[in-house]
Design a protein around this ligand. Structure first.
Ligand code: AMP
Ligand code: MG
Length: 402
C-alpha cells in the first residue's frame, strides 16, 4: 500500500513526458483558454516598447529638480498614442499623459498634483529620482526573450500576455480524450427510473464534468455489468482513448472483476491501493500502451481520487507540467480526531473570519455522500501523523477547482 505522496510520485515519474508527442493544432486566442501551449512564445519587441509614463504630469530631467521649488519651461504636451519629436534641454519639461512615451532628454515624471502652471512656466515643488513614475523600455521583457514556454497551461493572464505580443493564433496541444467506464450491476442510466435497489450512474457524469474542467474531452462508455466478458469488451473500447478511467469494481469483493480482467488483458499495475480515505482501493497502470485508473465506485471516492491523482496525470497527457494538488492552510473550526494512519480528505467549507481562513467539515455520511461534496468548497486534508487536532490548529485544505 502506497502513501498519498508516494502514489503521486509514482504517477509523476511513470507518466513523465507522456504528452510530449501529443498532436497539436492552431487556435484563435479567444478559444485557447485552458489549453496547453505547444510552442515557445518570444517577445516580438521590447516590453514596454518605450520608456512609458505611469502618471499624468510632467516629463522632466530629474537633475533640474535637485532643489525645489523649481520653475521649468513647458515645451508642449505628449498624449498616449503620440510621441514627442525633439529633445529636451536643461530647464525644460513636457506635459505627459499616462501611457505616453517619455520625450528624449527626460528621465522621470512629476505627478500633476506637484506642479502649478502659469502660461509656459511650470513650478514644481517636489523632487523626483531618475525613472520615477516611468516603466523602462524592455524592463518587463526584452525583444526575443521567451515569455511563455511550451507546456504552459493558458489561463486568463497568459491569454492577456499572448495578446500583447501579437499572438492572435497559437499552437496548442489537442486535449486528451478520456474514456469513462462505469461498472456495476446495480448502476443504471441517469435518465432511467431506478428500481429501489438500483443506483443512478452519477459517477460517469461527475467524472465527465471533472475531465472537462481539467481540460480533457470525456467519452462516457456504456455501463459495464459485473461480468468478465462484457467488462473485457468495454475496457478494450476504452483503450482507444488516451486515458481510461474506470469507476467501481476495483475492491476485493466477489464480483469486483476489474483488476482481474485487466490482468488477463496484460495490464501492468504501478499502484494497487493507496493509504487514503476515501479511495483506498485505487489502481493505476498501463495496458496496451495506454494509461488507466481504476477508481473505487463510491461517489466521493471516485471524486477525490480523480481530483488528486487522475487530474495531475491528465495534465501530463495534455502536454502540460504535472499539476500537483496544492494544499493551502486554514484554521480548524473544531477539533478533529482520527486514528487511521491514512491521508484523509474530508468535504469541508473554508471561509475567512477575522482575517484568518477557517475550515469546517460539512458533516457527511462517508464516501457515498454526494450531498456533502456538493456542499463543500474544499477538502480538509488530514495527514497520517495527525491523529488529534485541536480547534484553531492550522491544517491543509485542497481548494475547490472542480
Ligand atoms: P464498488 O467500488 O463497485 O464496490 O462500488 C462501491 C459503491 O459505489 C457501491 O455502493 C456502488 O453502488 C456505488 N457505485 C458504483 N458505481 C457507481 C456509479 N457509476 N455511480 C454511482 N454510484 C456508484
Ligand atoms: Mg461494483
Amino acid at each position: 500500500m502506497h502513501s498519498y505522496h508516494d502514489a503521486l510520485a509514482i504517477i509523476r515519474q511513470k507518466m513523465a513526458g507522456a504528452g510530449s508527442a501529443a498532436p497539436t493544432e492552431i487556435l484563435r486566442l479567444e478559444h485557447a483558454r485552458g489549453r496547453v501551449l505547444a510552442e515557445d512564445i518570444a517577445a516580438d519587441r521590447d516590453y514596454p516598447p518605450f520608456h512609458r509614463s505611469t502618471r499624468d504630469g510632467f516629463a522632466v530631467r530629474s537633475p533640474d529638480l535637485s532643489s525645489v521649488p523649481a520653475t521649468l519651461t513647458s515645451r508642449g504636451e505628449v498624449r498616449a498614442g503620440e510621441h514627442f519629436d525633439g529633445k529636451l534641454g536643461p530647464g525644460e519639461c513636457v506635459a505627459i499623459m499616462t501611457g505616453a512615451p517619455l520625450p528624449a532628454g527626460t528621465d522621470a515624471v512629476v505627478m500633476l498634483e506637484h506642479a502649478r502652471m502659469a502660461g509656459s512656466a511650470v513650478t514644481i515643488d517636489r523632487a523626483v529620482t531618475a525613472r520615477e513614475n516611468v516603466v523602462e523600455q524592455g524592463s518587463e521583457a526584452l525583444k526575443g526573450a521567451v515569455v511563455l514556454r511550451r507546456g504552459r497551461r493558458l489561463g486568463t493572464g497568459e491569454i492577456g500576455l499572448l495578446a500583447s505580443v501579437g499572438k492572435a493564433r497559437v499552437q496548442v496541444f489537442v486535449p486528451p480524450q478520456v474514456a469513462i467506464l462505469p461498472t456495476g450491476d446495480e448502476v443504471v442510466p441517469v435518465d432511467r427510473l431506478p428500481e429501489w435497489f438500483q443506483i443512478r450512474n452519477s459517477n460517469a457524469l461527475a467524472l465527465a464534468a471533472q475531465v472537462s474542467a481539467a481540460g480533457g474531452v470525456p467519452q462516457i462508455l456504456r455501463i459495464a455489468p459485473d461480468s468478465r466478458d462484457a467488462l473485457r469488451r468495454l475496457i478494450e473500447e476504452g483503450l482507444e482513448s488516451d486515458l481510461l478511467v474506470l469507476t467501481g469494481g476495483v475492491s476485493k469483493g466477489k464480483y469486483d472483476y476489474v483488476r482481474n480482467v485487466m490482468e488477463e488483458l496484460g495490464a501492468e499495475f504501478h499502484i494497487e491501493g493507496v493509504a487514503i480515505r476515501p479511495g483506498k482501493p485505487l489502481v493505476f497502470g498501463r495496458l496496451k500502451g495506454k494509461w488507466f485508473f481504476g477508481l473505487p465506485g463510491n461517489p466521493v471516492s471516485t471524486f477525490v481520487t480523480f481530483e488528486v491523482f487522475a487530474r495531475p496525470a491528465m495534465a501530463l497527457l495534455a502536454g502540460a507540467e504535472f499539476e500537483e494538488p496544492i494544499f493551502l492552510r486554514a484554521r480548524l473550526a473544531e477539533s478533529f480526531r482520527q486514528k487511521l494512519g491514512l491521508t484523509v480528505f474530508v468535504p469541508a467549507r473554508v471561509e475567512t473570519r477575522d482575517s484568518d481562513p477557517i475550515v469546517k467539515p460539512v458533516g457527511w455520511q462517508g464516501s457515498g455522500d454526494l450531498v456533502g461534496v456538493a456542499a463543500a468548497n474544499c477538502f480538509l486534508v488530514i495527514h497520517p501523523e495527525q491523529t488529534d487536532l485541536a480547534a484553531g490548529e492550522w491544517v491543509d485544505v485542497l481548494i475547490k477547482r472542480w
